[in-house]
Design a protein around this ligand. Sequence first.
Ligand code: URP
Ligand code: ZN
Ligand code: ZN
Ligand code: ZN
Length: 501
Amino acid sequence: SKQRLLIKGGKVVNDDQSVEADVYVEDGIVQQVGPNLNPEPPTGLIVLDATDKLVIPGGIDTHTHMQFPFMGSKSKDDFHTGTKAAVAGGTTMIIDFAVPQKGSSLIEAFDLWKSWADPKVCCDYSLHVAVTWWSNKVKEEMKSLVENKGVNSFKMFMAYKDVYMLNDEELYEAFSYCRELGAVAQVHAENGDLIAQNSKKLLSMGITGPEGHILSRPEEVEAEATQRAITIANAVNCPLFVVHVMSKSAARVLASARREGKVVYGETIAACLGTDGTNYWNKDWAHAAAHVMGPPLRPDPSTPDFLMNLLANADLSVTATDNCTFDICQKALGKDDFTKIPNGVNGVEDRMSVVWEKGVHSGKMDENKFVAVTSTNAAKIFNLYPKKGRIAVGSDADIVIWDPKATRTISAKTHHQANDFNIFEGMVCHGVCVATVSRGKVVYEGGVVKVTAGEGKYVSRPPFSPYVYKRVRQREKVCQPVPVKRAPYTGLVSITPVAPK
Ligand code: URP
Ligand code: ZN
Ligand code: ZN
Ligand code: ZN
């Protein structure tokens, strides 16, 4: 039996326009968008009323770590609770990371993460793969992941020394090979050597608490690595996607590279739009530790507004969450040493509301830009568009009914995540998800999540979108060096070498 759904009376908002229209869905695909639709037969049709509401493409969270084995722990939210929370907040697709240990197989890591996700996911998902070491075997595996597994993005770490970090030569090779494969090179931009040195020094001074985390990695540690990554990517003409841009300094570096025409994208994180790094000095150790993530939240209180302005004018492209939750017991692994506090915070459920509140309700961006930075831009960059990131005939029916006027108070007491803490606790957000449709099925409505574990699908992503590829080619023409033709130099013939005595 065909599943049929009609979303009536709302305003359909895409990244480029808004129209008053109904949306008709069959078998998970949008069939019609237009005024006063009356699909036949009326029997067996599920109708959602969207009067006075916005009908938007489901959110895409380009950065999560569900059940991630990391820093001696495993993140609390697994692919089930994590995607359940996602759909409750209006996100219908996540892109998680398969992260192999140094020296181990990328394909095995991908298969392992997929085997964790497939039986549990409640919405569609995809996987980036991390390149944590470098060899010919890694190259072969990257090629195979692109050709056979639908992976078009690889994350390289400049931090987590001895665990995931690549040096500059390895980054050069990895970026260069991404460019050859037509894959997006993602980078975690922080100077891992500096972090290690700073941490040693702070610990020796008796600074063991969460404030040590931020003191060990100030803004310039992020800005320097961001600049270095851009320089290296530019040397090999590779498009670069900087994950979790967390500071004004790093964002400025990225924005100025874009001014120069470099193909660089920035992703910022709900946590640093909704809260800030002053929490690291909180007298309550657990509260402070709960905010520990890398790069850290910034104590400069003007950071959230600054980053939101950059999203509004397209200097930053994407909002994600880096959702990687650890409860108080797990965070306590670092009670005597801040370098052992598992890095990570929540966000997958609250991102959409936080971006609406800080972006749209505050007057910095309109509803179309909101859709761009929460869904469409991600779909374009990771080559999922217009299957994802748009409400149009032929697109996947990943749709959210959004109430721009309602408010919601974020709290760990009411959230759907598995964790015992919410970094946005007490924040009142205008902009509330009232219903979520995943591939044509209503998975959230009226405060109730109606998901089935394993119902989400793995989404393959082919290499570079034609748009990105064209821009890289254009730049290549500009950058291609040509040797100068000149006659052999003869100026030195009169000099006679003198033999040493
Ligand atoms: O604190 C973070 N970001 N944890 C997850 C690992 C990473 O670097 O993305
Ligand atoms: Zn990272
Ligand atoms: Zn991450
Ligand atoms: Zn408000």
